[in-house]
Design a protein around this ligand. Sequence first.
Ligand code: DGJ
Length: 566
Amino acid sequence: MTQSRRNAGSKLALVALSLISPLALLASGAAGAKTPVKASTATSPIPHLVQTDGKYALIVDGAPFLVLGGQANNSSNYPGALSKVWPAIKDMHANTLTMPVSWEQVEPVEGKFDFSFVDTLVKEARENKVRLVILWFGTWKNTGPSYTPSWVKLDNKRFPRLTNKDGTTSYALSPLYDTTREADKRAYVELVKHIKAIDGDRHTVIMLQPENEVGVYRTARDYSPKADALMAQPVPQALLTRYKKSPGNWNQVFGKDADEYFHAWSIARYVDDIVAAGDAVYPLPTYVNAALKDPLNPDQTPGSYASGGPVYSVMDVWKVAAPHIEILAPDLYSPGSQSYEATLSQYARADNPLYVAESGNKPIYARYLFSVLGRQGVGFDPFGFDYTGYANYPLGAKVFDADAVKPFATLYKLFGGMDREWAKLSYESQVWGVSEPDDHSAQSLDLGKAWSAKVTYRQWQFGLPEWDPENKNGYPDGSDVPSGGVAVAKLSDNEFLVTGLNARITFDTGEANKARGFVLDRVEQGHFEAGKWVMEYVWNGDQTDYGLNFTGAPVVLKVRLGTYEK
Ligand code: DGJ
């Protein structure tokens, strides 16, 4: 499968890929060449993102880190709920918990801050040996002001809501008022200060998400007289440059897209200003999450999705308007493989690390971790992982209990045993990953000039499906529901780390050695200990004659490929 990337034309400087072999790097534990995304963190030990040649790594405690996360339910952000959160995170084998901290919670009275929940959360995260991503529920939560304190949400003179096209007042707060932005910023900066004070030397908190699903429904933008006056102003030069447009006002420059672009610009500038102020205190990596537009329907009308949010068609507006925000991250609740894969491709860009901020918690979503990793993703963070009794069906599982966690737990166990190694290979070498499509069709991996691979699903461990006399469909029981995937990382020219679930991978020669015969030279099953590969046993005979077959059990292989003269 070809996974396209845009050319690296970002604000970031590029550095050459390390020439040292990835396997040697794994063994030495050396960190590769890095360009910090936030310039101010160049020598800082705090968590930060680095990029090289359009590839990214989240550096935590000096080395690449893969977020295998679980997001708690919205109302689990009080000490009384935490005892129902940790068991789910443990069962899941997550290395990170994502938890909201809300404006109403920390500043119920204007100017008086209470971070006692943050203290408890950080303390208990350390006891449970997981990292934290903190979500700032401020001006916008799923576009609305529900998490603002009463003194904000009830005072629309000081904190105005935006005006719909028909002149009625929207439910959402307008991004055009300094009063609102400054009040939100003050609270956010106090939160960042507090995190720095209690965690600056420990890095339990590794990322922040300012706001949550920004944008507005039922209208494309604020249509107040203030907004109309701004729309009549010249479009900022940086945006003209990005879009290669001639000067003019918003309607002149962007035509039918003007309303949405203007609203995206206004929100992105607002959030960026808040993040910049937080960065000045403690520059943790930040991302904004997107309530998505249909990835397969570019003509969908803004307002039928969250207009102004970082949907794929306005990512460039966001990139220009919000230079302090490193990641625009999708919230994925469409289970179809065509739509899910399309969204991943839209967000995995040379100027945007792929981070799945949310995903449904039904079992069918778990396999997509392989697709995320294949696109060099830095993390996966499905939503609704706690045992508070909430189940967000139909977007998520019907019942959320220990059984619902299992498909995610299997995957996290698999990658959790090598999360640091994978993150390092992903950044410094090459990785591939595919998940089972809804139609179970086979996929090809282009492993470069020398090698190729094919991934198939619904296979038995031995032989071919059509050999089975007992089952008229020829497929293993339960395999009608897609659950498979494969991930591959390059260790050296002829050596690959290979893992998967419910899938078969077969290797072959690539274009460069097409004239030669193919040999599976050696296949070791093993695991990593302190960054070093530990071989458990060698696969051969029936275990390799029909391709390398992964079942539902977590297995990692080191595979060496060879050729012979024909
Ligand atoms: C997306 C939001 O970002 C989450 O906070 C939560 O409301 C989920 N939707 C529920 O599916």
